[in-house]
Design a protein around this ligand. Structure first.
Ligand code: 13P
Length: 252
């Protein structure tokens, strides 16, 4: 039985004071958080420490939105996975479509980030998903397959809990559009199958999240199918009431 997981991706939002206040409000709402759902907050790098201080005594865990693929060195402006574990992170979002599209991150970079993060003890939330153009050309499965095959090439996974995959159709992010529950279930099944071809049996226990305009109104429907293990939430995670509601509904 895979435990549900809800990850808040705060993206490039909030100054430290606002991030601290939001984390405090979320903690207050979720202080009786049921152990049937794992919750991760991923603030911007500059707010990691302040949010860590709020969540460290709770069941809520800390994640980063990105990470570099080398441990140390002359790489101006980048952040090592060891710096993230040092600041209290247990998770790192890797290969988000905004980084792939805006910063031209490639599947090989994503693969290196996954490997170095695993070495450092961080759990990657490995994002895959097609653009609207790719979807309209009927290439969704080819795109996802290639992202997973390259992203997980030669990755050694000791435990299924050490990796999470997030399916985020790019056209659903921040748009209010959603894939239908049937499409989501189908694609999550495909993702599990492709992952199984690379990692073997362990893939059946890896959590696969859905992301893209998830909110308190649609979370129940999205989570209702067997291959969906949780959600990666952007906009709706920026308000304590809507994020709290999503977590609460996921825990039911
Ligand atoms: P929205 O929930 O704002 O669509 O963002 C989804 C996302 O990109 C999470 O990583």
């Amino acid at each position: 039985m895979r435990k549900r997981l809800i990850v808040a991706n705060w993206k490039m939002n909030m100054l430290r004071r606002e991030a601290k206040e939001l984390a405090e409000r979320i903690i207050n709402l979720l202080n009786d958080l049921r152990s049937s759902v794992d919750v991760v907050l991923a603030p911007p790098y500059t707010s990691l420490d302040v949010v860590y201080r709020v969540v460290r005594e709770s069941k809520i865990q800390l994640g980063a939105q990105n990470v570099f693929w080398e441990a140390w060195g002359a790489v101006t402006g980048e952040i090592s996975p060891y710096m993230l574990t040092d600041i209290g992170c247990k998770w790192a979002i890797i290969g988000h479509s905004e980084r792939r599209n805006i910063l031209r991150e490639t599947d090989i970079m994503v693969q290196k980030k996954i490997k170095t993060s695993l070495d450092a003890g961080l759990t990657p939330v490995f994002c895959v998903g097609e653009t609207i153009g790719e979807r309209e050309k009927g290439k969704t499965i080819n795109v996802i397959e290639s992202q997973i095959e390259i992203g997980l090439k030669d990755v050694k996974l000791a435990d299924s809990a050490n990796l999470v995959i997030a399916y985020e159709p790019v056209w659903a992010i921040g748009t209010g559009n959603n894939a239908t529950p049937k499409e989501i279930e189908h694609l999550h099944g495909v993702i599990r199958e492709i992952t199984g071809g690379i990692l073997g049996q362990i893939a059946s226990d890896i959590r696969v999240l859905y992301g893209g305009s998830v909110n308190p109104e649609n979370i129940k429907e999205i989570l209702a199918t067997p291959n969906v293990d949780g959600a990666l939430v952007g906009g709706a995670s920026l308000r304590a009431d809507s994020f709290g509601k999503i977590v609460q509904l996921a825990g039911e």
